[in-house]
Design a protein around this ligand. Sequence first.
Ligand code: CMC
Length: 386
Amino acid sequence: NGYFTYDPGFMSTASCESQITFIDGGKGVLLHRGYPIDQLAEHSDYLETCYLLLKGELPNADQKKAFVDAVKNHSAVAPSVANLIQTFPKDAHPMAVLCSAVAALAAVYHEETDITKEEDRDTTAFRLIGQMPTLAAMTYKHLKGEDFVDSNAALEYAENYLNMTFGKAGDSKVNPVLAKAMDRIFLLHADHEQNASTSTVRLSGSSGTNPFAAIAAGVSTLWGPAHGGANEAVLSMLEEIGSVDNIDTYVDKAKDKADPFRLMGFGHRVYKNFDPRAKVMKQTCDEVLAELGLENDPLLAIAKKLEKIALEDEYFIKKKLYPNVDFYSGIIMKAIGIPSEMFTVIFATGRAVGWYAHWDEMVSKPYKIGRPRQLYTGYTQRDYPA
Ligand code: CMC
């Protein structure tokens, strides 16, 4: 004891050097490879942002086309993995199914992947980014007891995801406002430096394991309600509140230190001013609600009132608790008709590129296995009873 720095929650430990994403939580700044997230949300799209995160620069037109084509060409899921998804009970949580399906990709591709070769790592990126929406849609179809819908190369990335989710074989029509909102959800979740799931992927990958196995560990970590599971928890909370008349009671519960209740979708470990992703997401949320004529939906009315109270209430202002990205993304996905158990699966779909970019950054240079130490507080040595 006493030899190691004790930093529970890694509040002040930098675990690596990275050139991918910069966050200044105090100022509400999020940059990918130097570009502000709001500018990317406005002018770029998800796949272009994937290229940027992976390669460090925005692609030119030819590079972008080649990248988009490669992702599309790798979007079909192997029959063994599709069959695996169908073996799960229909009421299995989609995140549990997704963890297994992503790990199963290691079984499909392990023998042909040499992670020391950049070409193989690029192919792995195409497979991961290409197949995550297919897997996400499959987990939904399985939940609903419907047939899988194949990926359609004529559609854009987010459009294709919505078609595989809500369409039937042969369909190819998706509302463009909803497709744009979905693309933004993927883009705004694409990376967030060393959060719990990304740190998990790096730690797992530092043993030299298969990249899909490392990403599956990230999917597991994302599932928790303090991380990606917050978007699902937002919806459960809104349902529990049940009516705008009950909001004050729940706000009081959130302020009561003796009560473990927290307002889901509020607060952030790093952003102590505002979440720049939430600003863009709020705008998309308003567009989607207007498009679908859902401004008066009762659950969404609770969300709107809660947002207003939290933004004006002294407790939340003092503790710097603002609506985070998951508050608005949960509302958007609910409006689109996506069941709340699927929300974290969608977060994982967008975040897959971030996990991969960090893994790739780590393994493309010399690296050490991650091996934290501890402060031991247990028994000193004692003898086994004779
Ligand atoms: N509702 C009510 N009070 C809260 C909340 C909340 N959502 N979040 C934090 N607080 C209070 C907390 O009680 C504490 O009060 P005190 O100083 O009197 O003890 C203070 O604010 C600081 O909280 P903390 O737990 O020490 O802060 P943290 O940085 O460890 O936790 C957090 C950050 C995101 C886990 C937390 O704010 C939270 O649980 N939020 C709700 C869950 C959520 O929305 N998570 C999604 C995060 S964004 C997506 C992602 O990155 O995955």
